[in-house]
Design a protein around this ligand. Sequence first.
Ligand SMILES: Nc1ncnc2c1ncn2[C@@H]1O[C@H](COP(=O)(O)OP(=O)(O)OP(=O)(O)O)[C@@H](O)[C@H]1O
Ligand SMILES: [Mg+2]
Length: 436
Amino acid sequence: MAVEGKAGTLRGREAEITEVAGRISRASAGRGGVLLVEGPPGVGRSRLAEEARSLGRHLGIHVLGGTGERERQRGPFSALTGAPASGGPSLPDADDLRALSEPEELRFWLVRTVEDRLRRAALRRPLLVVIDDLHRCDPGTLLALRILPARLRSHPILWLITVRTGPLGSGVRAALRGLADAGARTMRLDRLPEDAVAEIARDLLGAEPGRDVLDLLRQADGLPLLVTGTVRGLLRENAVTRKGPVAGLTGPPTPVCPYGSVERLLSHLSPTAQDVLRHASARGRELEARRLADLSGRTLAEVVGALQEAVDAGLVLPTEPLTFRHDIVREALREAASNTLPHTVSEAVPDLGSAAVRRRSRRPPTASPAEGWSALTPAERRVAVLVAEGATNRQVAERLFLSPATVGTHVMHAFRKLGVNSRVELARSYLENDAA
Ligand SMILES: Nc1ncnc2c1ncn2[C@@H]1O[C@H](COP(=O)(O)OP(=O)(O)OP(=O)(O)O)[C@@H](O)[C@H]1O
Ligand SMILES: [Mg+2]
């Protein structure tokens, strides 16, 4: 069977690319504008921005820009200063720019200088300015993006700016208001349909994906980062075998497959939200705030905030009760926890995972009792006694010189072995039991 395309080909974004190409052509013809590309983590914002850059170069427009993250490292305004500005005022170098843009008054002055350069550059040749990840930009660049697209509206400049969905800081919101004043049109990137997912798999595998591969990929729910992460993981682990034109799974896939991409998805969350999800991963698909507060030793408010973040990032579905959106993410988190912690988190609860993803090995059964205070290991008992006496996980961690994550794992094991569901029940069990 003929295999078209190759790894990295953009799939399933025909409508978006047609619009971007139309906008670039209009800019070439002298009409600028602002296109705001919005979407959740991992949906493919950077990939679309990259495609826009190469389209721009192909269509002969001058392309400028950078990513919010890199701007932070290179210095303020660096995405906007690449335009050749003959005869215009020159800008200080990156270090001076960083120092100069600290006081707000000087920041405004620098924005005027950048404006002048862009104006001159656009008079000579139309510009495409691509800024990936507005939410990661430094305050100077945010100020420039708040002011300049509106001020330079009559110039042949197309601004293509990507931003993640969810709550944003005040500087980013102010920039978005400025972009709206400049007539920004928002393009929302959604998850990809199944046929595009199959095409991406085919591009990466160099073969038609088998039904089992497609079934596994369905768990990515059309999120490009998870789709590519899973296929790359399968290839890395030699978990696919080619039979004729079709590539199928060699055996049951392991949860570590998409782990790199899961880490990247998690990196969009605060450390608290990451920790709460790691604890939750061992408890099945459902996330129950009160229970997670007990397990992680955090306040209910902290856990609720963490879960809201995970919903905003598209990792948790706002169902009643909340549920993990992707089994592969939950499994990968659980597997990682079980590999890094002394007593595996996944041992603590029955395997509630999907049938498609199974653990590769299980520990041999041990002879120690499975229930009650005598079933606790010495470390679990030390932790459980302090918790029963009213200590939070954080206080236990400090007292016993353990990490909060390890304390959380011990608490989880203690709950299971003692057959309790809350810290109050644990305290009651402690009082009732001489063995404690
Ligand atoms: N439409 C697509 N077709 C093929 N591959 C894609 C598509 N969209 C994204 N990808 C690939 O998926 C991965 C994740 O995409 P990308 O980095 O663009 O996501 P993102 O939204 O920028 O993520 P983040 O929120 O982490 O910044 C990359 O390997 C990218 O090349
Ligand atoms: Mg990105």
